[in-house]
Design a protein around this ligand. Structure first.
Ligand code: AR6
Length: 186
């Protein structure tokens, strides 16, 4: 686990499964339809049950880089925040970074609007959507750090990245060490 104390919030990296997190909200790496899929999306809908999909059906989809919120259903998390990252090979490197940053920022904005204090993110776009992990990690982390720096009063106290597998974890840990002075490794 790696951890860094920012102004008003803690940023953590853990290796694990997003569906079992005890944060108030978990973020889903969804698609524009919000009607389910594989990867994190499939795992969240399986673990959270049909109430999540029933609510998703009422939301009219989600634009890439935007985020929408539903119940957490059977999950420990009270909410699922569904965001849509870029399909890496479709948009070009620069636009992909903008959209990935936006997905993180919008997820945190939606969380704050609902009074959520703790949020867990997966490595959005790095699976089916093909974003190379080493490129996605600094973009995702910087977007979260920038949001937390600028919105100290928004009430978010914990952001946790939940990375599947050692390689993903290490990519995020390397990126975090470059972005902040002294992340604590444990
Ligand atoms: N916990 C944490 N991370 C996970 C888990 C898990 N349970 N399962 C997979 N990962 P992906 P995307 C990692 O494909 O690239 C869906 O079909 C995985 O190793 O879930 O944004 C949607 O419906 C990878 O590093 O999301 C969309 O159509 C990361 O999560 C599309 O896939 C993201 O992989 C979205 O693709």
């Amino acid at each position: 686990m790696a951890k860094v104390q920012l102004k008003a919030a803690v940023l953590e990296l853990v290796e694990g499964d997003i569906t079992v997190q005890d944060t108030e909200a978990i973020v889903n790496a969804a698609n524009n339809s919000l009607l389910g899929g594989g990867g994190v999306d499939g795992a969240i809908h399986r673990a959270g049950g049909p109430e999540i999909l029933a609510e998703c059906r009422t939301l009219g989809g989600c634009a890439t880089g935007d985020a929408k919120i539903t119940t957490g259903g059977w999950l420990q998390a009270r909410y699922v925040i569904h965001t849509v990252g870029p399909i890496y090979w479709q948009v070009g490197v620069r636009r992909a970074a903008e959209l990935l940053a936006s997905a993180h920022r919008r997820s945190l904005e939606v969380a704050a609007e609902h009074g959520v204090q703790s949020v867990a993110f997966p490595a959005i776009s790095t699976g089916a959507y093909g974003y190379p992990m080493d490129q996605a990690a600094p973009v995702a982390l910087q977007a979260v750090i920038d949001y937390l720096d600028a919105h100290e009063a928004a009430g978010i106290r914990l952001v946790r990245f939940v990375l599947r597998g050692r390689q993903a974890y290490e990519a995020f840990a390397r990126a975090l060490s470059r972005l902040v002075e002294a992340p604590v490794q444990a």
